[in-house]
Structure formats: structure tokens, C-alpha cells
Ligand binder design. Sequence first.
Ligand SMILES: [Zn+2]
Ligand SMILES: [Zn+2]
Length: 389
Amino acid sequence: MTIHENLRNAMTGMVAIRRDLHAHPELGLEEVRTSDLVARQLESYGYKVTRGLAKTGVVATLSNGSGRRSIGIRADMDALPIQEETGLDYASRIPGKMHACGHDGHTAMLLGAAKAIAERRNFDGTVHLIFQPAEENVGGARMMVEEGLFEKFPCDAVFALHNEPGLPFGQFALREGPIMAAVDEARITVNGRGGHGAEPQETADPVVAGASIVMALQTVVSRNIHPLDPTVVTVGAFHAGSASNIIPERAEITVGIRSFDPAVRDELERRIRLIAERQADSYGMTATVAYERSYDATINHKAETDLLRDLAIRFAGADKVVDLARPFMGSEDFAYMLKERPGSYFFLGGRTGENDRPLHHPGYNFNDDLLPVGAAFWTELTEHYLRGA
Ligand SMILES: [Zn+2]
Ligand SMILES: [Zn+2]
């Protein structure tokens, strides 16, 4: 049987699982129902299944032949705190939660591959299928790594993909080196002195100092960072006050910061702290800055990206494979798996051509036609990476 024949058989199952997961989304580290469904499926295919890494993470292992090579493939399982507005008959049944990033599709796709890999047993070595929780918030990948993922399940290389509704259907978009940015968050509190709006001279107005901070922050990227170092500083929230006749006590500013180079990342933090504190000081106030480092940048390794590219060209044709000229400024905690093991992360285009919504949009839906494409590719990759001598 060809891989495609195996997957034609698995297709109905994959779509059913994907839609079932879609109707029952669970947020990061709460994927109890999801991981139970995943584990049961994998057990029924004959995998040795380990549950409970990073609370709800699942790893499925299958060995064949006497080969000593091993490969890891990751899917993420968590949903987002978004109220779904797709109107689908299998739309989320949980208010305020939605699979708006397609992790339902990533999970179903890897399960389809799991089934085909087990049925065909056309490999020599060990495959570890890694189903991680909490990609969207607390870094389930990092938690799994810290709990000994690669000591318990040694992988010579690890791979992952993300669907991308903005790219043509079936397109493989890959990149050697940086592909996703590091992300940090600064929460700035401007401490003023409130009072009557008619007597500003008796107060210290944090709205004015805060506005000044927001404007001054725009100079960090343009004046402090090398023009060829990709960085973003976005003031995503500015909250202060309640009415025109009241000067509030404080203002709260939330800033999202993206970068690649660790030295640039340090410089961004230094400048943001300094600007917030000194701007506030110049208005006779103080600012406190809570600065939180979140995900590191996702950096693809050369050899594994070359391997992906070669295989993708054979699999889909050269016209379906692109090397991204630039990385994306979004972030991904697969970064932490790539810091431990060589590997590569790529995007799989999912555009339908009608009514496509971006990831994290309340109208987004994973394109089910990608299920056999992704599942077949993961199967090919496994069989290619673990081919016999
Ligand atoms: Zn997402
Ligand atoms: Zn995602």
C-alpha cells in the first residue's frame, strides 16, 4: 500500500477527530479530555503511550527493526480564550474557548500519521510522537523539556509544523536559522497623584506621563536598535482614568516586545525600563516596570531544514516549496525543543480561497483538506529519516 492509500483509509477518522476536538476546546494545561482522546487513539494503534508529561502532555513511542536512530514529531493540543463566531455545526460548545490556531488540526494530523506509520511499519528505528499542551500561554514545550522529555525519549532530531491560512494551500514554507521571534512583555505602572480634574496643579497626572512614555517608546526600535535587527515594540494596552473631571492615581501600560538576537533583547529591556522611569521622573512621578521574558526565538538547524526541503520538494513538487526570505515576528515554544535537539519547524499553507480568516480570529477554521497532506508528510519524513541501511 502507498502512504496515500493508508491515509485515504484514515481520512474519515482524522476529520471526525479534528471536529470532535474542535467542538471541545481546552486551554493550556487543561487538555484533559483532549490528551485522553489522543492517548487512547495511540494505544489502539499499538504505541507505547506515556501520559502526564507537563500535566497533560502525551508521548507515543513505536520501534521497528534494529535501527538505533530516532525521530521526534510534535503536535500542539491547546485552544485559545476566544468566543467562536464560525457558525459551524461542530463549533465550540464551550463558551469563550475556541480552537482558533488550528491545534485541533495539528493533533488530528499527527494521529493520522501515527496510524499510517504503525500500519506500514516501514521504518528501522524509533519514532516518538510528542503531543504537547499549552503552546499558546505558559510554554508546554519548555515544561516537557524540563521534565526530561529528551532523556526519557531520546530523539536524534525533532520536527513540527504550523498551518498558515495566509499561504497557498499545500505550500511548504521553511527557513534555515531564525523562523519565529522571541517575545517578552513589560507592564509599566505610572504612579501619579489623583484629584479633581479642575485642579490639575494639585495632582500629578499619570495620563500625561503615560502618554509621554507611549510616544517615547516608539523611539526604541527606530533610534536604539540596528536597522537590520528585526524588532517590534507594541504598546498593546494603556489603561487610566474613568471620567473627564477626575485625574486618576495611576496608569497601566502593557508592551509586547519581539526580537531575535539575545544582545538586542537585553538592550530592548534596558531602554524600555529607562524610558519609562525617566519619563515619569521628568513629570515628578515614578514608574514601576514588571518585565517578563517569555519564549525564546525559534531557530531552525541547517541539516534538518535541508532534509525537510529535499523531502518536501519530492513530496509536493518544487513549486510548492518556498524558503521564507524573512522570519515571522510571532513566537512558538517549539523553540525550547530546538534548543535541546537539532530539528526544524515549518509552515504548511492552508488557504481555501474563500473567506479565509487569520489565526486567532473568531471566524478562523482549520482547513480539513490539510489533514491528509500533513499526515502523509509526517509519515514520509519518519520513513525517510528511519530508513533501513
Ligand atoms: Zn496560536
Ligand atoms: Zn498555534
